[in-house]
Structure formats: C-alpha cells, structure tokens
Design a protein around this ligand. Structure first.
Ligand SMILES: O=C(O)CCC(=O)C(=O)O
Length: 296
C-alpha cells in the first residue's frame, strides 16, 4: 500500500465546490428494487465475493470496523470540525447553513457540515482507518493483487433534515485517471445509514457498460432521466462500522436526508499504483456532454 498523495490543507480548486444550491430531487429518483446483502466482516471475504464484486460492481460488508474504531473515527472528525487542528481547512458547509454559521454553537455547527476533504494527514485516528491492513488487503485483492494507493479521502455528513442529495454519478467522472485505472471506493458508515437518512443506492452491474455522460445540473451528475425507471437499483443500508466497496464506474447516489437522524460517513478512494494520469480535457472528452448529441 502506498502512502497518500501529498497532504493538502484545504479543498483544491474545483473539488467539492460545485454547489448550485439545494434544489430537491424527484421523490422516486432513489426508489430501490432490492437491498444489499452484506458479508459479515473483512475476514470473511472469499474469492467468490471478489468475483461477485466484479460482476455487480459493489460489495457490502457489515462489522468491518469495531465500535471502538468507529468511535475513534467520529472523535477525529469532531476534533477537526471544532478547529482542533488549525492547519486543517478542508471543511464545506451545507448551503442552507452558511448564512447562519456565525450564530451557531458547537453542536449545531457539527450539523451544518456537508463534507470534509483531505483530512487523513491532519488526524492520526482517521489515517489509521484509511490504512487499515484488513481493508487494504481486500482492496488489493479486488485490484487483482496490485498495490493500492489512496488518492482521496472525504467525510460526508448529511446532517438531519438538511443533508443534501448527492445525485447519481460515477466517481470516475471526477477523477483524472484513464478508464482502465482500477478505482475502488470505500464508503464507511459511522452512524447507521438507513433508507430514510440517505444510505447509498447503486445501479448494480452498470459499471460493466462503461462511462456515462455527466451534466452540471444539481451537481456534476448523470441526467435523472437516465436513471428514472431503471431496474437494478440496490439500496445499501449499513450499521455503524459497515462499509461499501464499489467500482469507480458504478452509478450511485444518495437522497436528501429528510429524517431527524445524522448520517455521517467516510469515503476513501484507492487506485492501482501503476495507473497513469489523464488531463482534465481527456476526462471531459469521455464524461462531458460537449460535442456530443445529448441533452439533459
Ligand atoms: O455519502 C454520500 O451521500 C454520497 C457520497 C458519494 O457518492 C460521493 O461523494 O461520491
């Protein structure tokens, strides 16, 4: 396992900043056909499960992390949100909370955060989770035994009532890596992630059909009409300490959190270390709509 790329203390330009507001999605956009069936524990991932990952583009694992590890992750996040490391600047607030931020006390401030990025070099507890040997071993098995390098770390908090949708997208559409790069996302539940508070939805098996054009709408996203009415949507509710592994080309998204419950999660991205880089132009030629006869 390689170490993370050079730490950045703040959000890089164009990353996490496309933020047109809080327009609400259609009520059925995240309706599901099935629930994921998680494996119990990272130790119990068999070669058949790895094969299943290749076929369906994801694998859910419950009890991947202990309650103590989950507590440590949450403590690390809260420490950073409360300004415990003054060098860390990678916090993004929910659009609705920005106007009132200066009036919020510490508890309310936590529930105004949409996401944190590039934090592992600023808190050892979070770094330990991202470099957990059992997790890395499964990620490297998915990559066919290649060495994995983590290149992005995020925490997605979806606060009660306010937490915005993350529209359907493929993560690869955000990353400047050639399409043959093995990109594995790991999404870790720190609170219970439920249908109501915005657990992940995935379009099972769709990664095998390759890239989908993305548009700037409520976010950099797949057009809603590409998803509406599609079968094969799997919802992935998880208890704290459970995780979802998913392919960089797997369409996925999460609805608005309209419940009173928090939904805090970590998301790490790994790629095979031998992969090359793309330019942004190369990426947009594949994932962007410009020059193509497509509309949204
Ligand atoms: O945690 C979420 O709500 C969705 C995260 C996600 O899919 C992403 O940031 O790529």
């Amino acid at each position: 396992m390689a170490t993370a790329d050079k730490p950045k203390s703040s959000l890089p330009e164009n990353e996490g900043r496309y933020d047109p507001g809080a327009e609400m999605h259609a009520p059925d956009l995240y309706a599901h056909d099935a629930l994921a069936e998680p494996i119990d524990g990272l130790d119990n991932v068999t070669d058949e499960h790895i094969e299943l990952y290749r076929e369906q583009g994801y694998l859910a694992i419950e009890n991947a992390f202990t309650p103590e590890e989950v507590e440590a992750g949450l403590a690390g996040l809260i420490h950073l949100i409360m300004g415990g490391n003054p060098d860390f600047e990678g916090i993004m607030f929910e659009a609705k909370a920005r106007e009132v931020l200066s009036t919020l006390g510490p508890e309310a401030r936590q529930d105004a955060v949409r996401k944190l990025m590039y934090f592992v070099e600023f808190d050892g507890r979070l770094k330990e989770l991202s470099h957990h040997p059992k997790l890395l071993s499964v990620v490297e098995r998915i990559m066919g035994g290649e060495r994995a390098g983590m290149f992005q770390d995020m925490a997605l908090l979806k606060p009660p009532r306010m937490g915005r949708e993350k529209p359907w997208h493929q993560d690869h559409a955000y990353f400047d890596f050639p399409l043959d790069t093995k990109v594995v996302g790991v999404w870790i539940a720190l609170d219970e992630a439920t249908l109501e508070n915005g657990c992940m939805r995935v379009l099972a098996g769709r990664h095998r059909e390759g890239p989908v054009v993305h548009f700037k709408r409520r976010d950099w996203q797949i057009c809603d009409t590409e998803i509406e009415g599609k079968s094969g949507v799997v919802a992935v509710p998880l208890k704290p300490g459970g995780l979802l592994l998913f392919d960089g080309l797997l369409p996925h998204g999460t609805p608005h959190n309209n419940s009173p419950a928090r939904r805090r999660a970590l998301q790490f991205h790994y790629r095979n270390e031998s992969s090359q880089k793309w330019t942004q132009e190369e990426r947009l030629a594949i994932f962007g709509s410009e020059g193509k006869d497509v509309e949204c």
